[in-house]
Design a protein around this ligand. Structure first.
Ligand code: MTE
Ligand code: HPA
Ligand code: MOS
Length: 769
């Protein structure tokens, strides 16, 4: 924090939907350490923002549309004083009816404009009518949300330079750059009940938000970050809103301002994994072969669009999971409700789509008195299959992964042992399940699949790499540094990645969709290859003993000072031919002396991807990551407790660039998924929870919101990731960040399996679970 810096605290809405009648900030003005308070009327540029359409306000002007919406910002000398002053602001509201669930939204027909999506293959109606299905089942699947619970809450430090003419900021974001307009064409108004707020065109993002809000050109705004304490999708777009809030007082007072959200505030207002509702009708033969699927799918977008449209689309793309269904019809819509804007979260709708699928698979199994694993196997897609959205599957390695998992966990033996245990135990029951997954790699929004990088080679042979991706614990910088090191054939310790910054690599896409090592790895490789090509004429002239200087004193001279450089140059000439310091044998030095440009900008675009929502057909994904997992659980039927006894996870990760990182990603994704399916539960004030004030989040801290802890980690986590080389990505590797998340649903289905065993014993009519 710079010496004259101020701390910010937010004035937040207390109502889910209301008109603002008046704001009394007199108490705040006389509060200790108070330095300023700002509302919508103080925004120097535009108050309307949003990553895809501009349907959000930095500061609520006339209406508030969720509890926790930002109405104003207070700055003071300390964080405590800022919070104290913010508490002294009194807002009067005229309350309006609120929509607090997907069901309410369906009843009120409250949808985000232009979010209807449709995908169709074959003829679903004909199939249902023609008698090609022996049985037809209908049902609903309600999929719950999830809090990101990154360790570092949203935080930004903004300061001005050159007498307030430029703005710089450090922000905990996955997205420093910009997202230009998308195909979700905005309609002029969002209407919930009486409230109308305007959705402008021309959306912007982070650096662009800040410049837009302040009315500055983007060239005068620099956003940077060294690393962030986790993002998991929660900082793909939402952090930009808080950065924009912080930049208003900083710019207007010409002083540094820091805004760090407390955990409870962050949980309340920054958006979560979307809840989904799937209404399905599925027809199948007596053997269990699925013939037709008719699916309506809805997600709870909250009060604005954010990324909800793209999340819905990914859920629709993943609604086949790994199954070949001849006739499919999927209709989707995003619900507009009075909650914070829900957003990206590891899997980005994919897990929700696949969870709906695996639920009806399980129902078919119950109906036909077969195991879900049998139903899964007979419906598997195969090489060359065409998905419901028209993409042909190539290098389909799922059967291999599935079979290896099945034999490694000795599935049939495990099944037998569990059945035996259940016969002998009344109050404890065990269950098993095996679940497959296929995760599409690429941003489904085509223009986002681009990546830039900047590589500098210094005269001591060390390399500074900068690229558009953000390090959030996923090991991106390590993998990208490995790509540079192997390209130049130098040790990893010679490559350094310092930070991500909009003044080094502009217009970057958010670090998301698991594709960052693919994309930034390739962009960096492009830059390295340009430099290598320039070095080639020198390199081919003679045999160089090394790429770089290996004398540490020389390093100090050359990097440390101007004189060092002169010294090196003179020395280079002076020592030519001397045996002890053979500078002429050092490639980088030789190139420098020959005036070769040792810096390059690299760029990559993912080839061969396209999709057209008008036809509902295309190939949105560059490739797929396949996996499967086995879980065995034990439940306590008296306490409702459960415990994961075994979890085996197999993933085809191609030729991994860094297996240690990939194992960490699989572990993290699996345990985070385990929290989603079996431990975490958000409680909002809605029709079901009337003891909570409407629209308020009750579970806004670890005391009431249970994320996995060390004793929830399965005892026996096993991985296998030696896959087939992937021709579609850097060094034949595969994306890993999100794909394993859904595999934790094997724990969920194993719990279901154990409950079925308990109910069967007690003679309860099982029905479907
Ligand atoms: N791993 C850690 N440690 N922290 C994170 O925030 N985010 C996940 C995943 N793994 C995340 C993580 C999400 S949601 C994505 S999309 C990817 O990392 C993004 O990084 P990548 O593209 O480099 O895989
Ligand atoms: N994945 C993750 N983030 C995104 C995507 C996606 O497909 N599209 C837009 N943001
Ligand atoms: Mo990840 S949800 O694509 O940031």
């Amino acid at each position: 924090m710079p010496p004259n810096g101020l701390h910010a605290a937010l004035v937040l809405s207390r109502k889910p939907h209301a008109r603002i009648l008046s704001i009394d900030d007199s108490g705040a003005n006389s509060s200790p350490g108070f330095a300023g308070i700002f509302f919508h009327k103080d925004v120097p540029g535009g108050n309307a923002i949003g990553p895809v359409v501009n349907d959000e306000e930095i500061f609520a002007s006339e209406f508030v549309t969720f509890v926790g919406q930002v109405i104003g910002v207070v700055v003071a000398d300390t964080q405590e004083n800022a919070k104290l002053a913010a508490r002294k602001v009194h807002v009067k509201y005229e309350e309006l009816p609120a929509i607090l669930s997907i069901e309410d939204a369906l009843k009120a027909k409250s949808f985000l404009p232009n979010t209807e999506r449709h995908i169709e293959k074959g003829d679903v109606d004909l199939c249902f009518q023609s008698g090609c299905c022996d049985k037809i089942l209908e049902g609903e699947v309600h999929v719950g949300g999830q809090e990101h619970f990154y360790l570092e809450t949203n935080s930004s430090l903004v300061w001005t330079t050159d007498s307030g003419n430029e703005v710089h900021m450090i922000s905990s974001t996955q997205n420093l750059g910009i997202i230009p307009p998308d195909r979700f064409t905005p309609s002029p108004l969002h209407v919930i009940g009486n409230a109308k707020f305007i959705a402008h065109e021309c959306p912007q993002k982070h650096q662009k938000y800040v410049s837009h809000v302040l009315g500055l050109p983007m060239s005068k705004v620099v956003c940077k970050t060294k690393r962030i304490g986790g993002g998991f999708g929660g900082k793909e777009t939402r952090s930009a809103c808080f950065a924009a809030v912080a930049c208003v007082p900083s710019y207007l007072l010409n002083r540094p301002v820091k805004l760090t959200l407390d955990r409870d505030i962050d949980m309340m207002i920054s958006g979560q994994r979307h809840t989904f509702l799937g209404k399905y009708k599925v027809g199948f033969t007596n053997d269990g072969k699925v013939q037709a699927l008719d699916l309506e799918i809805y997600n709870n977008g909250g009060n604005s669009l954010d990324l909800s449209g793209a999340v819905l689309e990914r859920a629709m793309f993943h609604s086949d999971n790994v199954y070949d269904i001849p006739n499919v019809r999927i209709n989707g819509k995003v619900c507009l409700t009075n909650f914070p804007s829900h957003t990206a979260f590891r899997g980005f709708g994919g897990p929700q789509g696949m969870l709906i699928t695996e639920n009806w698979i399980q129902r078919i199994a119950t109906e036909l008195k077969k195991s879900p694993e049998e139903i899964r196997e007979i419906n598997f897609q195969s090489e060359g299959c065409v998905t419901h959205y028209g993409q042909q599957l190539q290098h389909f390695t799922l059967p291999r992964v599935w079979n290896e998992l099945k034999s490694s966990c000795e599935f049939l033996k495990a099944r037998g042992e569990v059945d035996q245990f259940n016969l002998q135990n009344r109050w404890k029951k065990r269950g098993v399940a095996m679940v497959p997954t296929k995760f599409g790699i690429s941003f489904t929004t085509k223009f986002m699949n681009q990546a830039g990088a900047l590589v500098h080679v210094y005269t001591d042979g060390t390399v500074l790499v900068t690229h558009g991706g953000v390090e959030m614990g996923q090991g991106l910088h390590t993998k990208v540094a490995q790509v540079a090191a192997s390209s130049f054939n130098i040790p990893l310790s010679s490559v350094f990645i310092s930070e991500t910054s909009t003044d080094k690599v502009p217009n970057s896409t958010p670090t998301a969709a698991s594709a960052s090592s693919d994309m930034y790895g390739a962009a960096v490789l492009d830059a390295c290859e340009q430099i290598k090509a320039r070095m080639e004429p020198i390199a081919s002239k003679r045999n160089f003993s090394s790429f770089a200087e290996d004398n540490p004193r020389m390093v100090a001279y050359t990097q440390g000072s101007f004189f060092g450089c002169i010294f090196l140059t003179m020395w280079g000439f002076a020592l030519f031919g001397m045996k002890s310091q053979r500078l002429d044998l050092i490639l980088v030095t030789a190139c420098y002396l020959e005036r070769i440009d040792l810096s390059a900008h690299g760029f990559y675009i993912t080839p061969d991807i396209h999709f057209d929502w008008k036809t509902g057909k295309g190939s949105p994904f560059s490739y797929f990551t396949y996996g499967a997992s086995f879980a065995e659980v034990e439940i306590d039927t008296l306490t409702g407790d459960f415990h994961t006894r075994v979890a085996n996870v197999f993933l085809d990760l191609g030729h991994s660039i860094n297996p240690a990182i990939d194992v960490g990603q699989i572990e993290g994704a699996f345990v985070q998924g385990l929290g989603w399916v079996a431990l975490e539960e958000l409680k909002w004030g809605d029709a079901a929870q009337q003891w909570i004030p409407p629209g308020c989040l009750y579970t806004c801290g670890p005391g009431s919101y249970k994320i996995p802890s060390i004793n929830d980690v399965p005892l026996n986590l096993m991985f296998h990731s030696e896959g087939a080389p992937n021709p579609k990505a850097i060094h034949s590797s595969k994306a890993v960040g999100e794909p394993p998340f859904f595999l934790a649903s094997s724990v969920f289905f194993a719990i279901k399996d154990a409950i079925v065993a308990a109910r069967r014993e007690w003679g309860t009519k099982t029905g479907f679970l």
